[in-house]
Design a protein around this ligand. Structure first.
Ligand code: ZN
Length: 222
């Protein structure tokens, strides 16, 4: 992934790239981390790396403004129906979420692993950084009237965190990652622009745009 390619792709894509059933392993290999369990070359390693670097980015960002980032208590993998409840609501299958009541992120692990295998390792970074974005919103007391606004800001935060980590060379993306990111965002887009719905996340184009703004301009633009 290069910043330029991402910007060009996002600005110029009338048609999105089509997801293919690629079986190759991940393409992005972070250069910074060399520990055995966090190489960024396995699903588990990418999840851990995304979580650690994502939170580290926000810790530094908060500190730069004289504030304290409150680290998440946990990243909880679950299987389909056995997820942790949040505020009395059961965890949904095929989902990832931030729970303000408990301050943790949880994700359906087989579902996420399936995306990782189908759509590439970018999916792990997108989802984890997006959910950390919700944790940041909880700490900055972001107020939104519409769910879609909250969701697009979390996409923008994910792009901003990723762009900064790449610029700092703490993550070393490789060719094809930009397409992966856009395909992942498109796959997560709403089928219609029903922005008023309480579960609206934004269309494929809106999600790509929000992410790209963050990626190219930083989280301050979110
Ligand atoms: Zn979200």
């Amino acid at each position: 992934m290069t910043v330029l390619a991402l910007a060009v792709l996002a600005a110029g894509c009338g048609r999105l790239p089509v997801a293919t059933d690629r079986q190759e392993p991940s393409t992005a290999r972070p250069e910074a981390s060399r520990s055995a369990d966090e190489t960024g070359e396995t699903f588990e390693g990418d999840i851990r790396l995304a979580a650690r670097l994502g939170e580290d980015f926000w810790r530094r960002r908060f500190a730069a403004e004289g504030a304290n980032y409150r680290p998440l208590r946990e990243f909880v993998p679950y299987r389909s129906q056995d997820g942790p409840a949040c505020g009395g609501e059961p965890a949904l299958p095929e989902n990832a979420f931030y729970c303000p009541d408990g301050h943790f992120v949880a994700f359906d692990e087989p579902w996420m692993r399936g995306m990782y295998d189908r759509l590439g390792d970018a999916s792990a970074y997108l989802i984890i950084l997006h959910e950390i974005g919700h944790a940041v919103q909880a700490q900055t007391m972001s107020q939104y009237r519409l769910n879609v606004e909250r969701e697009l800001q979390a996409d923008c935060y994910a792009g901003g965190a990723l762009g900064s980590l790449v610029a700092e060379r703490r993550l070393g993306p490789e060719e094809g990652d930009d397409e992966e990111l856009l395909v992942n965002l498109a796959a997560a887009g709403d089928p219609t622009d029903a922005w008023w719905r309480p579960d609206a996340h934004g269309t494929a184009e809106q999600r790509q745009q929000a992410f790209t703004v963050g990626y190219n301009q930083g989280v301050g633009a979110c």
